[in-house]
Design a protein around this ligand. Structure first.
Ligand code: SAH
Ligand code: SF4
Ligand code: F3S
Length: 440
């Protein structure tokens, strides 16, 4: 690699889950602290950080096409850093396949990004995919740039080893950040303007503090911050839903009535083959207990169709589960074999046409479910946190307590928490009427 002047401007492109987005924000803050600045809209950046996701094959393909696309007409390219979970899983391969990449940095090592960038600018390609437990956060600068709704990573990694999933390999073992650090970061976020904090973790409800206390204790401490109006958390694992956390949905008024609880499949045989370590019945029991303390709570989930060996009858059980639970919104995916995971080597890989059919059937059922949930909310009054302007002039888009997208017109601004009446429902959003004008 030829040496280049130290980069002055950067762009971070995040492709993955919320935690990946959080990491992207923090990498930006690190580069800011070095005196760099985000490249202006439309302008070329001296440094491009591709913050990648390894969860499904498609996400990985994007990385290489993106690297290719960064090449300019004259054959030159910005300094490219590949970060995120693909960097962790395929760092050496990226270095071999893509000579234009100057830096490869894993999700647990990105606090060293500025040093790695300096190396690459000096002409030495640099790779760091170490996983020093929890060293990263201590080395990051304080939070700065946040919107009204902010992410806060409280827990990283996964010990569950579902047979289809790369996360335990790309993120490492479950590590919880200390209670005091999280409250301090929460305070910074609120000082910087956050009204809502979403606590993030691969298994966020596996978070424990130094004394073994669970997420409800952290949520309670954050609820004491006067400027903070809303607390959310994701993603939860059904087996880590403790009584204490369930009770918090009754006792903590700032904890929003929304629970993202992936199930993946509606057949116990498939769940066992996935190594999910819960059954359909134990999953439904968790939801029932949460609903008992917080009636009307919105439940969402993740589904995988076409796991190896999934029969038509087993897939039909997934559809039945969807009808039985009544989801507010969900994510659904075709199974994607991931290198190195046990499921990739299993017999009974499902044909693409069958996967397509099942995904369509599942998504139709999920749409019906979301529509029913949203229709039931019509006529209710609720608060909406405004996130951005809507498509039409004078229109705003925000989130209800149940994480529904709500749009309405009126005198308001991004970051306002306004009172509305929900007037019309679709499967993916609701129209509302502004009741209380935002304070001037
Ligand atoms: N820790 C969370 C989610 C992790 S990944 C959990 O356990 O629920 C987010 C979602 O991606 C998963 O819930 C799953 O639905 C999906 N996913 C993970 N690996 C996948 C694979 N190999 N193919 C298709 N979807 C996958
Ligand atoms: Fe992946 Fe399963 Fe861990 Fe979720 S619980 S991150 S799906 S291994
Ligand atoms: Fe993707 Fe890594 Fe998140 S694989 S889903 S960016 S944890």
């Amino acid at each position: 690699m030829r040496p280049v002047p130290p980069p002055q401007t950067y762009r971070v492109k995040s492709f993955g889950c919320q935690m990946n987005v959080y990491d992207g924000e923090r990498m930006g803050e690190l580069l800011d602290a070095q005196g760099m600045a985000p490249a202006a809209e439309g302008a070329e950046a001296d440094l491009v950080v591709l913050n990648t996701c390894h969860i499904r094959e498609k996400a990985v393909d994007r990385v290489y096409s993106d690297i290719g696309r960064l090449r300019r007409g004259d054959g030159s390219a910005p300094l490219i850093a590949v970060a995120g979970c693909v960097a962790q899983a395929q760092g050496d391969e990226i270095m071999r396949r893509a000579p234009s990449v100057g830096v490869v940095v894993g999700p647990q090592a990105y606090h060293r990004l500025p040093a790695l960038v300096a190396e690459a600018a000096a002409g030495r390609r640099a790779l760091d995919t170490d996983m020093p437990a929890a060293a990263k956060f201590a080395a990051l600068p304080p939070r700065r740039r946040v919107g009204a709704s902010a992410f806060l990573t409280v827990q990283e990694g996964c010990d569950k080893f579902c047979t289809y999933c790369v996360v335990p390999y790309t993120r490492g073992a479950e590590v919880s950040r200390p209670f005091a650090d999280l409250v301090a970061e929460g305070e910074r976020l609120v000082d910087a303007g956050a009204k809502e904090i979403t606590l993030l973790g691969q298994n966020v409800n596996a978070w424990r503090d130094e004394r073994g206390r669970g997420l409800e204790v952290l949520a309670e401490a954050l609820a004491a911050l006067p400027g903070l109006a809303r607390i959310r958390y994701m993603t939860s694992h059904p087996n880590d839903m403790t009584e204490g956390l369930i009770a918090a949905h009754r006792d903590n008024p700032k904890l929003m009535p929304f629970l993202h609880l992936p199930v993946q499949a509606g057949s116990d045989r498939v769940l066992a083959a996935m190594n999910r370590s819960h059954t359909v019945a134990s999953y439904r029991d968790v939801i029932e207990r949460v609903r008992a303390v917080r009636p009307g709570i919105a439940v969402s989930g993740d589904f995988i169709v076409g796991f190896p060996g999934e029969s038509d009858a087993e897939f039909a059980e997934t559809l039945r589960l969807v009808d039985a639970v009544g989801y507010a919104q969900c994510f659904s995916f075709k199974y994607s074999p991931r290198p190195g995971t046990p499921a990739a080597a299993m017999d009974g890989q499902i044909a693409p046409e069958v996967m397509d059919e099942r995904l369509q059937a599942l998504q139709a059922a999920l749409q019906r479910s979301s529509l029913a949930f949203n229709q039931a909310a019509v006529g209710q009054r609720c608060k909406v946190l405004i996130e951005r302007p809507g498509r039409r002039p004078g229109q705003w888009l925000g989130k209800s307590p149940w994480l529904q997208s709500v749009y309405f017109e009126g005198d308001a601004a991004i970051g306002d928490l306004v009172e509305v009446e929900l007037v019309e429902a679709g499967p993916n959003s609701l129209a509302a009427r502004l009741l209380v004008p935002a304070p001037a």
